[in-house]
Each structure stands twice: as C-alpha cells, then as structure tokens.
Design a protein around this ligand. Structure first.
Ligand code: HEC
Length: 143
C-alpha cells in the first residue's frame, strides 16, 4: 500500500480498531522512525494537505509499511498532529481531528453551511462531540 491513503478508505477500514491504545504510535515509530527520529515532527502540527505532501515525499525516499501500519500512522497524524478549520476543512479531516464518527462530521458540515462556527463553545453544542477530546485538541482547531 502506498501513501497517501484516501481519507475515506482510512475511515472505513480503521474505524474498527480502538484508537489511543498505543498501537498507532508504535506504527508511527516503526514506519517513520527508520531514517530519522520522530522528533522531526513531534509536537509540530500541520494541515492535512501539508502532511499528505510529507507522506508522498517520504514514500519517494522509501518509507513504507503494511496496510495496517499505514492506516494507523494516518489516524495518528489526524488525531494528534493535524490542524483543521471548522468552517473550511473536509469532513474526513474533522472526523479524524475531533475523533468523531462520519455522521457527526457530516452534521458539522451541514451546520456550517447555515451558520459558521466561531468558537469551541459553538462546537460543544453539537451532539456526539466528545468534550474531553475537544478540550485536549482545541489548540489545533481554528474558525
Ligand atoms: C526511507 C527513509 C525515510 C523514512 C522511512 C521517513 N523519512 Fe522523513 N525524511 C527522510 C529524509 C531523507 C529527509 C530529509 C530530506 C527531506 O526533507 O526530504 C526526511 C525529512 C522529513 C521531515 C522534514 C522535512 C519537512 O517536510 O519538514 C519530516 C517532517 C519527515 N521526514 C517526516 C516523516 C514521516 C511523517 C515519516 C513517516 C510517514 C517519515 N518521515 C519517514 C527520509 C525518511
């Protein structure tokens, strides 16, 4: 399997695996820690488009892994290192960054077409949002 993985494929296939059990990070260290340390990107969030450019570039350098590893890496980057804008980013990116289902992400996209989001408080009002994840990830969310 080659980078970049289509986000929809990732969502379908990875939604069955528990997130946050450490296996996603293990996949990151296995796939992305081969040629340089993970310190090169730890704590340095970027937009999803920019990460996809990085994945494509690293593939050219020779980065690879099993399909499961690449999907876990994809999820890790979305959940921990990706910046989103609630009024412009794609539903898949919102689902990944907020750690919510496709349905909740679709609700957010529908709602912003009628009324833009201006704050974390606006988001908290959406049913299905995990308040603890939102609090933890709010520095990566813009409006
Ligand atoms: C086969 C070796 C190899 C693997 C595996 C690899 N990289 Fe790299 N990476 C490089 C090389 C070589 C450079 C320096 C040259 C460059 O910047 O393209 C680099 C540079 C980088 C940079 C700094 C450049 C930038 O765009 O900011 C980042 C970030 C990065 N890698 C992320 C990753 C991630 C994420 C993964 C796992 C998906 C990964 N790398 C896997 C070889 C690798």
């Amino acid at each position: 399997m080659k980078w970049p993985l289509p986000a929809t494929f990732f969502l379908l296939a990875a939604s069955g695996w528990a997130a946050g059990d450490g296996a996603d990070w293990e996949a990151v260290t296995a796939v992305c820690g081969k040629c340089h340390t993970t310190a090169i990107f730890e704590g340095k969030p970027r937009s999803w488009d920019r990460w996809n450019d990085v994945f494509a570039e690293m593939t050219q350098h020779g980065a690879n892994g099993t399909t499961e590893q690449l999907m876990r890496v994809t999820r890790y980057f979305l959940e921990n290192l990706t910046l989103v804008n609630m009024n412009t980013s794609a539903a898949e990116e919102i689902a990944g960054v907020l750690g919510v289902s496709d349905e909740v992400a679709a609700t957010i996209v529908e709602r912003r077409q009628k009324q833009r989001f201006n704050s974390i408080a606006d988001l908290r009002a959406i049913s299905g949002i995990d308040a603890a994840k939102l609090e933890q990830r709010k520095s990566r969310i813009s409006f």
